[in-house]
Write a protein that binds this ligand. Structure first.
Ligand code: PLP
Length: 446
């Protein structure tokens, strides 16, 4: 699949880039011979080619051509402490001395489980898995097993990983590359996946009424993170909670992005909404692969081996990810990380709204806390859901992304991915970034 960037200005622009980045270009040519699209995950590919990373530290990422960037992509969310945090590194080194994979239970699993349970009042038990995709896949299976119903409702544009039953109208890379409904997913796998728009409680009520007694769960990103950040409006989440309770349907809050970011207790604490099942990932592995699903004891006890819903994994709860995650959560608690990054996010948000208004560029700023994005939306249309995001100008974003890159700022390459702020970002980083937005939005207007 190719990113569609066919406009003449874009081509001229890309030619100029190609002259400058010799090593990355050559590596990408080579990588493309051996890996589809030259990458290990679609959203990493962008035109004319992605930069190859040599190293990363704190808020900075360095490419193989010797360039330094302030990183707001941050590996798509896990690096809430920035790159290469010293304490996490030391902990991982200690763990490596003790072995990196046991295939047996170990004590830090209990410690990390306790940390999660202490911070998420709706979570009484957890199961560790390896990725967010696995967490949502198992969470959905568990909801189906518990309710003995097959249907689920997801949000159009919501991304819950790349497993079959949720790969319908999926955001993130799938939307960027024009394949939100992937080929290869059997119709039978998605026949029980229903869709409603975000920020539309009425649509959810209607959907649950039409499918009364058949829906196991509603799965939802509390802040849509994979079509750019789109926060819930007004009391949308509490409405969702109310409706799902009334209709006796489980609510799965997919906090793979928002968990330990918006607040220690994630979006549930931030917005005051309770889930029946919660999925976590990204941050809770401290930058190492992890996923978690958890919830009420009566539901979780259905998971094998205590119950009849099967779930298993060779690398699940591996000591490196768990120990890195435990240290990361300790630091997040000790340093009040969510508060600090939310403050930086608010500063960014206020500044970007002013800059955008002054620049005359058509667009809007969307986000919450440390998650933000400028959308190039016609007439400055605000973002409420997937349909709104799809109407924004992808090509304009890609050119803007490259001009920010030239200014030393690495934003996620897709219009549909969230910019993240980490604890390693300094006040000076934020100021420099705001200046770069000012300069490049001015250019975008020309
Ligand atoms: C909300 C959400 N859920 C699930 C996933 C899947 O997580 P992973 O990429 O670790 O499989 C993602 C990944 O971006 C995500 O953003």
């Amino acid at each position: 699949m190719k990113v569609s960037t066919e406009s003449v200005p874009a081509q001229t622009f890309f030619k100029a880039i190609i002259k400058k980045n010799m090593k990355s270009e050559k590596l990408f040519e080579l990588a493309s011979k051996y890996m589809p699209g030259g990458v290990s995950s679609p959203v990493r590919a962008f035109k004319p080619y992605p930069f190859f990373t040599a190293s990363a530290k704190g808020s900075r990422i360095y490419d193989v051509d010797g360039r330094e960037y302030i990183d707001y992509c941050l590996a798509y969310g896990p690096l809430v402490l920035g790159h290469g945090n010293g304490e996490v590194k030391d902990t991982v080194k200690e763990q490596l001395e003790k072995g990196w994979l046991y295939g047996t239970p170990h004590e830090n699993e209990i410690e990390l489980a306790k940390k999660i349970i202490n911070n998420y009042r709706t979570v009484e038990m957890v199961r560790f898995v390896n990725t967010g995709s696995e967490a949502t896949m198992a969470g959905i299976r568990l909801a189906r097993g518990f309710t003995e119903r097959d249907k689920i409702v997801k949000i159009g544009g919501g991304f819950h990983g790349a497993s079959d039953s949720v790969l319908v109208k999926a955001g993130s890379g799938a939307t960027t590359f024009g394949i939100p409904d992937s080929k290869g997913v059997p119709r039978d796998s998605v026949i029980n996946t229903l869709q409603v728009p975000f920020n539309d409680a009425e649509a959810l009520t209607d959907m649950l009424e039409h499918n009364s007694g058949e829906v196991a769960a509603v799965i939802i990103e509390p802040v849509m993170g994979n079509v750019g950040p789109i926060p819930p409006q007004d009391n949308y989440l509490s409405e969702v909670r109310k409706i799902t309770r009334e209709k006796d349907v489980l609510l799965i809050l997919d906090e793979v992005i928002t968990g330990f970011r918006l607040a220690l207790g994630g979006a549930q604490e931030f917005y005051g909404v309770d889930a029946d099942l919660t999925t976590l990932g990204k941050i809770v592995g401290g930058g190492f692969p992890i996923g978690v699903f958890g919830g009420k004891r009566e539901i979780m006890e259905l998971v094998a081996p205590s119950g009849v819903v099967y779930q298993a994994g060779t690398f699940s709860g591996n000591p490196v990810s768990v120990t890195a995650g435990l240290k990361t959560v300790e630091i997040i608690e000790r340093e009040g990380v969510p508060q600090r990054i939310n403050e930086l996010g608010e500063r960014m948000d206020t500044a970007l709204r002013e800059i955008l208004a002054d620049s005359g560029v058509e667009g809007c700023v969307s986000g919450v806390g440390s998650m933000f994005k400028v959308f190039f939306s016609a007439g400055g249309e605000k973002m409420r859901n997937y349909a709104d995001a799809l109407r924004s100008d992808k090509n304009k974003y890609l050119m803007f992304f490259h001009s920010m890159l030239s200014s030393g700022i690495f934003l996620p390459p897709s219009q549909f991915e969230t910019n993240f702020i980490s604890f390693a970002h300094t006040d000076a980083d934020i100021e420099r970034t705001i200046e770069a937005y000012k300069e490049n939005l001015r250019k975008a207007q020309k």
